[in-house]
Design a protein around this ligand. Structure first.
Ligand code: DON
Length: 304
C-alpha cells in the first residue's frame, strides 16, 4: 500500500504554497466571501483507514456535488424511467448552458448539468412527501451524520441571482419536461445545492459509490448496476467541459461544485474529497484538480 499520509501531506504543502489559487465564485453572492486560503483533503479507504490534512473539517457549500446525491435518490425511487427524461451524454459545455437544451427539445444531455439536475429535482418533488426534508434525511442517512444541514442563506442568495436556472426551468417546462411548477422545483434545487459538508462528511456520503451501493453502515442504497451507471456519469460528465481533462489528468469518476469541493472515488478502494474555494476558468477547484492529479500519479491508483 502507498504511504497515503506522506503523499497527501506532501501534496497539501506543495499546493498550499501556490500563488495562483483560482478565484472564488461570485455569481452566488453568499459564496463570494469564502476565504480562498482554505484547503483540505480527506481520504476514506474502504479498508477502514482514513487520512486527512488541512481544512478537512470545515463545512463548505457542496453545490453541484449534490446533483449526484439527488440522482442516486431519484434512481432508487423510479429506476431506469429517468433516462426517458434525461440523456447520458457529456455536453462539452459549461454547467449552465442552454443552447443544447433548446436544440434537443428539452431533454438535457445528462443529469449533472444544471438542466438535467432540474429534471431530477422535478422527479424528487413528485416522488417525495416532503421533498426538501426527505432529501436531507436521505443524505443524512447515507452519511450517517444527522448534523448535516441546508444553508438557507446560500439557497436564498442563489435564488436572488439564479436567472439562468430560471431560464433552464422555464425552457424545460415549455418542452413538457417539468411536471411541477418552476418555483417549487427551483426552491428544491437551490436548497439541495446549499447543503453544507466538510471533506470527511463528503467522503462518507460518497462511500456507497465506491462500495457497490452500500454505505459505511453496510446498508444498500443502490444496486451494483445502478452504481456502475452513476460512476460512469461522473467520469464522463462530472466536470462539464473539463470532464475530458479530469479523466486525462486524474482518471477517476468525480464531481465538482462551485463551492470549491471535489469528490472522486476508485471503486472498491477509496473516496477522496478535496476543498479549496478558488476555481479555475471552467468553474472547478483550481487546487483540488491539481491535488487529485498528483494523488493518482503518486499512488498509481486510478481506473486506468
Ligand atoms: O446552479 C448553479 O449554478 C449552482 N447551484 C451549482 C453550480 C455548480 O456547482 C457547478 N459546478 N462546478
Amino acid at each position: 500500500m502507498p504511504d497515503f499520509n506522506s503523499i497527501i501531506s506532501t501534496i497539501h504543502s506543495q499546493l498550499d504554497a501556490s500563488a495562483d489559487r483560482g478565484s472564488v465564485a461570485t455569481y452566488i453572492p453568499e459564496l463570494a466571501g469564502v476565504d480562498e486560503k482554505n484547503f483540505g483533503i480527506y481520504l476514506n479507504c474502504i479498508s477502514g483507514e482514513s487520512h486527512k490534512i488541512g481544512a478537512w473539517n470545515k463545512p463548505f457549500s457542496i453545490q453541484s456535488i449534490s446533483k449526484v446525491l439527488s440522482l442516486a435518490q431519484a434512481f432508487s425511487l423510479v429506476g431506469d424511467s429517468i433516462w426517458k427524461r434525461v440523456d447520458v451524454e457529456p455536453s462539452g459545455n459549461p454547467f449552465n448552458h442552454l443552447s443544447l437544451l433548446e436544440l434537443e427539445n428539452g431533454i438535457p444531455r445528462n443529469p449533472l448539468i444544471n438542466a438535467g439536475a432540474l429534471v431530477i429535482a422535478d422527479i424528487l418533488v413528485s416522488q417525495l412527501d416532503n421533498p426538501k426534508e426527505d432529501f436531507l434525511d436521505y443524505v443524512r442517512n447515507l452519511t450517517n451524520d444527522f448534523s448535516i444541514q441546508f444553508n438557507t442563506k446560500v439557497a436564498l442568495s442563489e435564488k436572488s441571482t439564479g436567472f439562468r436556472n430560471y431560464a433552464a426551468a422555464n425552457l424545460l417546462k415549455s418542452f413538457g419536461n417539468l411536471n411541477n411548477d418552476v418555483e417549487t422545483v427551483l426552491d428544491f434545487y437551490f436548497h439541495q445545492c446549499s447543503l453544507e459538508m466538510n471533506c470527511e462528511q463528503l467522503s462518507n456520503a460518497f462511500y456507497f459509490l465506491a462500495n457497490r451501493g452500500k454505505c459505511m453502515r453496510d446498508h444498500a442504497f443502490l444496486n451494483e448496476s445502478q452504481v456502475k451507471r452513476i460512476n460512469a456519469l461522473m467520469l464522463t460528465c462530472g466536470f462539464y467541459d473539463e470532464a475530458g481533462e479530469f479523466a486525462f489528468e486524474v482518471g477517476l469518476p468525480g464531481k465538482s461544485g462551485v463551492g470549491g469541493g471535489i469528490i472522486a472515488l476508485l471503486p472498491n478502494q477509496f473516496t477522496i474529497a478535496t476543498w479549496s474555494p478558488g476555481l479555475n476558468e471552467k468553474g472547478n477547484s483550481h487546487l483540488g484538480m491539481q491535488a487529485l492529479e498528483k494523488f493518482t500519479t503518486a499512488t498509481q491508483l486510478s481506473i486506468f
